[in-house]
Ligand binder design. Structure first.
Ligand code: NIG
Ligand code: FE
Length: 416
């Protein structure tokens, strides 16, 4: 029999969308529809119905129904984390200390650290070990409230190792715990064996990696790190278009450390999202306004690398939608805590709690084409939900930064 669950006396049911929207833009980001003193019914892993306790339906099938009393607690849809690199090996605490002692992210990378350091570790890690290490992070982010996730390759940088990562992502996806999208990021850095032959590495990506990935259906998206010292806008375009030929939808790591035209290239290639955006300018904002591309901010990487703040306030005021994601990775954001990303958004970028919650639920779901399935309290969507501890309002989550306000996470209607 299908499992039925009723959560009653919910202090506030947050992000209730009668009609499913795919994203919210500009001024609408300040609007977060809620029901106070609410109930929510779950049937067979999906949101079946909801409403105010004042008009709780008399007719309800109580047979086999489990009831949870959420007095003084808040329910919101799980976070959608549309940009992570959680499949990696080892860690980079050594570089963390190097940076504390004065080296920049670029200087660490130029010494053979950075992405190539992680690639070296991963190449020497077995597929099983990589899966086990990654599962620890996967379980951890779900406990922190993430109910849908995108995971990138990009720490392999060889045919064999990129495939190894993508197979691990597929294994995680096939567990069918939360929805997962896989992104091929072979163009994350130039591996040492191609140091003087970038063209050779790009050809390897286009002529060998992409066909092998497409053959086994290992990726949904193609991504490129468009940045000085990594891949130029022209190279980014070539790689994205090659990915598109194999049915992969583009995403771009854009404008993170300098203005490198990643946003314009992403928009031109029909990217579903462009991510980072610290150096986004007015021309980029204008291009994004005429596109379906979701500008995605990664507050963890800005915080961890002490980068200039991305112009998020300006983007929203211009009418753009904005998504938030964690960028969970060993080099620039070793955390997948979306509640903390929202705190950074409020404290440092001057977004309101309503705006950061929209950015971290419905808009980040859009950035991985999942807004029909997750990202709001809507009938028929997955019952992937956060039940908070006793707190006053949803604004308390970003306000009381880095504290854990989550009592339990429901995945497909069951406590995780
Ligand atoms: O999204 N920007 C490029 N890639 C990652 C960081 C990679 C690393 O340092 O391992 C990012 O920030
Ligand atoms: Fe990233």
């Amino acid at each position: 029999m299908a499992k039925k669950l009723l959560i009653k006396n919910i202090k506030t049911l947050v992000q209730v969308r009668e009609e499913s929207v795919e994203k919210v833009c500009g001024k609408d980001m300040a609007i977060l529809p809620c029901i106070n003193n609410a109930w929510l019914a779950i049937d067979d892993g999906l949101i079946a119905d909801y409403g105010s306790m004042e008009d709780f339906p008399g007719i309800i099938d109580w047979k086999g129904l489990e009831v949870i009393d959420a007095t003084d607690r808040i329910v919101l849809p799980c976070y959608a984390d549309s940009h992570t690199h959680i499949v990696y090996a080892g860690n980079r605490e050594g570089e963390f200390v190097d940076r504390i002692n004065g080296l920049s992210y670029e200087e660490v990378a130029n010494r053979g650290g950075g992405i190539n350091n992680s690639a070296n570790l991963l190449r020497n890690t077995s597929e099983e070990d990589l899966f086990q290490q990654s599962m620890i992070r996967f379980n951890e982010i779900i406990k922190l409230g993430t109910g849908a996730v995108e995971i990138k390759s990009g720490y392999g940088l060889s045919l064999e190792s990129e495939l190894k990562i993508l197979r691990v992502i597929k294994r995680i996806k096939d567990l069918n715990i939360i929805p997962v999208k896989a992104t091929f990021l072979g163009a994350h850095a130039i591996p040492p064996e191609y140091k003087d032959n970038k063209e050779g590495y790009i050809n390897l990506i286009i002529n060998e990696m992409l066909p092998a990935i497409a053959k086994d259906n290992l990726a949904d998206y193609i991504d490129v790190f468009c940045e000085k010292g990594y891949f130029t806008a022209e190279e980014t375009e070539r790689i994205l278009l090659a990915g598109k030929k194999h049915g992969l939808i583009p995403k771009v790591h854009a404008e993170q450390l300098s203005h490198s035209n990643g946003i314009l290239t992403g928009v031109k290639c029909g990217a579903i999202s462009v991510d980072h955006l610290e150096y986004c300018d007015d021309n980029d904002i204008a291009a994004l306004l005429n596109s379906k591309t979701m500008p995605t901010i990664l507050p963890g990487a800005v915080f961890f690398l002490s980068l200039p703040f991305p112009p998020v306030r300006k983007m929203i005021d211009a009418g753009l939608p904005v998504a938030f994601a964690s960028d969970f990775n060993p080099g620039s954001s070793p955390s997948g805590n979306m509640s903390f990303m929202m705190s950074i958004g409020c404290i440092q970028y001057k977004l309101t709690p309503e705006e950061v919650i929209n950015a971290s639920t419905i808009n980040s779901a859009y950035a991985m084409e999942m807004s029909a399935k997750v990202g709001s309290i809507t009938r028929g969507k997955l019952a992937n939900l956060i039940l908070t501890k006793k707190i006053n309002s949803y604004g308390f989550i970003p306000y009381s930064f880095s504290n854990n306000h989550i009592e339990s996470v429901f995945i497909n209607g069951e406590v995780f």
